[in-house]
Design a protein around this ligand. Sequence first.
Ligand code: FAD
Length: 498
Amino acid sequence: MIIKKVQDTIQNYFEDNSGVTGSNADFVAIAETENDVSAFLSEMSKSKTPVTIAGALTGNTASGLAFGGSVLSLEKLNKISEVKKIDNNEAVITVQSGARICDIKSKAQSESWMYPPDPTEKNAYIGGNISTNASGGRGFKFGVTRDYIKALKIVFSDGSYSFIERGKWFADKNGEIIFDTSNGKKHIVLPKYHLPVIKNAAGYYNYLNADLIDVFIGSEGTLCVIVEAVLKLIPHFKDAFGGIIFFENRDSSYEFVNKIKNLSKKTKEEKWENSVSAMSLEYFDRNALLMIKNDYPIIPANVEAGIMFEQDIYENNFDILMDKWIEIISSSGIDLGKVWFASNLAEQEEFRAFRHRIPERVNELVKKNKIPKVGTDFAVPEGKLPEIIDFCDKEFKKTGIFNLTFGHVGENHLHANIVASNKEEYEQCRQMYADIAQKAVELGGTVSAEHGIGKLKHVFLEKMIGEKGFKEMAKFKKSLDKFGILGQDNIFPKIYLF
Ligand SMILES: Cc1cc2nc3c(=O)[nH]c(=O)nc-3n(C[C@H](O)[C@H](O)[C@H](O)COP(=O)(O)OP(=O)(O)OC[C@H]3O[C@@H](n4cnc5c(N)ncnc54)[C@H](O)[C@@H]3O)c2cc1C
């Protein structure tokens, strides 16, 4: 274990992508082995010292930032195993929690396998991705991080550990689960609040008959330290193409998206080989596109919305699928001359840079203004997206503060970013965010579908589960982390712990 105390040498642990300032800790502990994690946590429990687990600190909600106590960094636990083939459709890879997503993806790809979760930020660690149940652009076809976690090795705050395999331990109808740890059997009872049955990363997982592994995924560093994960891989596509379509009105973009969503669903259900089945469907509003127009002059000045799609190819049917897309685009009344196509994997990378450029530009503004980022992460049930986008528009017009919206339209999941330039505007942004969160909940949605709640979004989660939900979460957390030392103030306010 490496312990760093000199403040100059630990400053980089006090900043993440949230723009939150004031993070601090007495020291940073950098684990060199899994046993280090266990010994450290047991020591911290004895002295009741708070421990904030730091991944790559690319998170948006300040959940990896400490406010007192210690930081536990997993950066040196970054081993990636060889790929192990199970059959023609599945392989597995075992990774330590400090392994970067980009390294895991390229290791898998070098052997023609794919780790499908595709968050835009590839420098994040797998431990961070698991703890936030990250997703990203390709969630439309492939789902979220949770769907690719086959097993986890976790360490609890008393130093005991458990190896949790998917499909081994489930909650009974009362939410009770009994499982094995190195300290013997553990009995837990899940919280009872209701979570929406859509893409969701808010609050502890408590769905009916929950698999124990899912309870730790998305728990934002509050229940355990993840030290190792076994990931599911699927065959990598052979090729892919995509397009960015610029629309002069938003309704046409929604119509196009609905058409593709319905067709992709049908293709999957009917197992059609030569039919449209989008891998990703991403939305950009006018402000998001105009913000990067200098970098991408191809964006027309009169644009109102952009839709980016990707199609993955597994057989020798590239031309057939390309023709199908062209047919759909033309029959939707879209001028093909206004579509930016990427017709191979190299060009596809340009799209990814384009997609990445938007949050990157927002982050630059946030850093320049030194005001925390206000970015929604809501998802709403099918059919409710136009209503919430209109609602956001009305909110934004009230103040005129610079805003932009982009995200995963295929899953009705968008990031509306409101960029405050001073403290007064920040308060107005938080109020707008609260109103948008309320609306998302009223529509049956969630306030966070991929970034989690962290330290910034308690008030929004409260709209979903109420104060009672916070109390249930605190009780649940303490059944696994007796002294409440892990990830304090993540997901729910720490006052509920003591
Ligand atoms: C440009 C940009 C684009 C992004 N795009 C996406 C996107 O498309 N989709 C998406 O979901 N997110 C996105 N993010 C957000 C961010 O990358 C994710 O939230 C990511 O999962 C954070 O991983 P990290 O390693 O940086 O974790 P950190 O930010 O360091 O920590 C996140 C949380 O995980 C906990 N944690 C970390 N490691 C462990 C561990 N081993 N055990 C237990 N808890 C742990 C921390 O305590 C904290 O609560 C983006 C960020 C940026 C900067």
